[in-house]
Design a protein around this ligand. Sequence first.
Ligand SMILES: [Zn+2]
Length: 228
Amino acid sequence: MNPLHYIQDFYFPRLCSACENTLTTYEKHICISCHLHLPKFKTEYFEDEFLARKFWGKINVKNTYSFLQFTKNGPVQHILHQLKYRNKPELAEYLGEWYGNDLKTKDFDKEIDLILGVPLHPEKKKRRGYNQADCFAKGLSIKLNVPREEDILIRTAFTETQTNKSRFKRFQNMEGVFEVPNPEAVRGKRIALVDDVLTTGATLEVAGAVLLASGCSELSILTIAAAL
Ligand SMILES: [Zn+2]
């Protein structure tokens, strides 16, 4: 360990992105205690079906997996907030690598050919400086050894904030937002579509529908967090 890191940590303590306790020199982004105790989804159990149900009767999704369980004012909400507003692209990549390791033990890498992050509108990306879904996808791609692309699924129109809209209104608002300019790039591919958080599923549903209509053979959905 570079001795400079000790000095840096002394004068500018880094905080855990989940609980805000000071990180030790050897900890990265998330402290060891949160590593052990953050609420994770267990893909083998009913939670898997609970998430999948959000897409039943809407689009054909093979697997719906989420890494962490979101609870209001909990540590996972804190992580999502850091990703959105605190300029933490490396945190998203770090979470992707962590989850990628977990998924690799379940042989998920053998079930997909391509990883795509749900794109942000270019203006929003410019403002934030990065797309956290893409950064998470990058970490997953590294650990699963499955390619990730940024320009296959693109966002075409601006949508105003979704927070106060009903599911139907959100869906209406999203129509025509995503596009696959070159369908050859997805034809016959088993794709993992990745986003930061699964709430109503409206955004993932619209983006997923575009991929399926463009010839993607199998669609799975992966998110950093979802509420149970
Ligand atoms: Zn912590």
